[in-house]
Ligand binder design. Sequence first.
Ligand code: ADP
Length: 720
Amino acid sequence: MNIFDFTFNPYGLISLFAVVTNGILLYLLVSQGLKVLANRWFSITVLFLIVWSVSETLVRFSANPAAANFWYILGMPGWMFVSPFFLSFVMSYINKESFFSKLSSLIIIFIPGFIFLFLGWHTKLLVDPSLSLTRLTFWGWDIYKEPLFNVFMLWLDSLFVMSMWLLFDYWRKAKDPINKRRTLLIGLGVCFPIVIGSFTNGFLPAMHFEILPAAVPLTTIMSGTVTYAILKYKLFVISPSTAATNIVETMDDILVVFNPRYYIEFVNKAVEKILGYKEEELMGQPVQKIVTSDWALFEKKTVKPLYEGKEVNNVELNFQNKEGKTIPVSFSSSLLRDEKGEIFGLVGVATDMRKVRDLLMSITAERNKVTTMMNSIADGIIALDRETKVIMINPAALSMLHLKESEVLGKQLNTCLMFYQDEEKISAKELLPTKKLESDKIVVQKKGIRVVNQKGVEVYLDLTSSAIKEGEQVGLGAIISLTDVSKEKQLEEMKIDFVSMAAHELRTPLTAVRGYLSVLQEEVVDELSSEQKSFLDKAFISSSQLASLVENLLSVSRIERGAVKLQVEPSDWTKITTDVVKNFQPLAREKNIKLELSVPKKLPTVSVDPFRISEVLSNLIANALAYTKSGGTVNVKSETVKNELVTHVEDTGQGIPESALPRLFTKFFRVSGVLEQGSKGTGLGLYISKAIVDMHKGRIWVKSIIGKGSTFSFSLPLEG
Ligand code: ADP
């Protein structure tokens, strides 16, 4: 009998293909490293598949039945152990590694394999290799299988089904998509050879069907997909001990384990980076070698408390590196005990504090810089926390507010300072942002705030409150910067006083001048030449203009001093407008301008100061007549819009250039250029009008198209 008697069989090539493919896959798997248990189990599975496919190849190439039987029997372990190995792989893949620690479970899945192998090798109960029974089929030699072979197939398939079930269960529970996909891939890859292979190699031949046994080539699909899943997703569950070893080796901190006699049993790689020693240089050496000068402290602060049952966390210590330089570290440690509770060592983690120390230094430097800056700038700075407590105040702010640091620091802002805008109190809470900030921003900005300190001293300030995004985390509510404007305020007041005084002084002589001029106009007019008469008229007009300027100046100074008090009463708006318009009819007729009034018959009563509000209406109508040419129209209209009474003074005059609109209501502003020609105004009328409307809590605005006309409008709030 020559077992090496081979002949060519094309079907042998299929098996050879499986040998080669599985061989390549095994190489790929092993080259990934076999640290992960699941990886190892699967590699063994593939190794056994190779044994099986090699044996099948040799059977098919055998030239005589004896050789075929020999290779068949020799290769038996190949197919007998594939399923228990595969199950082992699945167990570790789904994180059930603990399964293998029990001998009983290993026996359960492997022992039947050994029994079948024994039966296969030593008895004819499983297969009968008698030469007379070995048949030559179209694909090669077929060794005769006994009925027990079906029992073997049942066992093999049940292990595979179990594996499949475990995989399916794991797939169902897996949360992350990669894990899910990989599990599915493995499951599908395994499905093929099991289902089809069981038929072609087991059940169909048992029913005397002649079919090509396809299990071996099909296993390449299985090992191919699983290997792909391993390589592609690299996500084989790492065992905790592998993970721990990796962490210890890659961590930046020194991990040192020493025994109760202070000899180092283990130290990780980080020691080289931090202290300059190689691991081998320290293993077996006393710990003193790295602690040296701080030894007493080390014992006192870390070892002793541990033996006393206390925790040792982040103790600041100095280690010494190989060159003898001091390295500051933060040290945490704990005791190692065996199962009986006996202490057999200490484990410690030391974090290099050099970086932290440098960081701390630079933070301190930065803080000092900021403090110096705060102390030297002229603007006042106050920092508040989230509860408006003062957490910082600079000297400029203290001197501005006539306070001592001890009187404000740590106190609620409103207990030491009161802020007023006009007469309204501003509470400190208004200076804080109301919601979480996305970026740094200014919360409030107010000009000319009156601030009264707890001793009653009053100052005027411009105030800007800003907040930073990180405020909440660092307990900072707002940073308030203050500029003292008391001097400007004083100056402004002096100016107003001066204007008011000058206007007052001018008023009396001016009234006299106008009085005498009008007497002259009436009484001596017949004795004058027409030229003299025109002089007299001009003098009267100029004095009237002067008088109106003086009146306007007085109004302005009164407004600015806050001396204008409204005498509000429920009034009939139709009557007010009718009266004012009636007053202007003679002037309108003189200028040949149509002055119309369209006010609805029934208007709700408004609460206004009739005298002041008539002044506004007069101003607007006077302007409309002044800046409209002969032949034009001025229309006064009122309407109720929501909760407001809105009045429009519409003209068909020259209009106002757009660039002038934003400044129209400011003091002394007049549109310059050609437009100015028509009238000689003071530029105060609209300013005063706006002030009066504001006092009524209304709004005033204008729409104008140059060359077409302007519409001045103001609103007054209606009750309810
Ligand atoms: P003035 O005493 O100059 O009229 P105002 O404050 O009443 O002062 O008006 C400011 C300026 O606004 C005027 O000088 C004028 O140029 C412009 N203005 C006011 N009303 C009108 C209007 N109805 N049509 C065109 N321009 C106007």
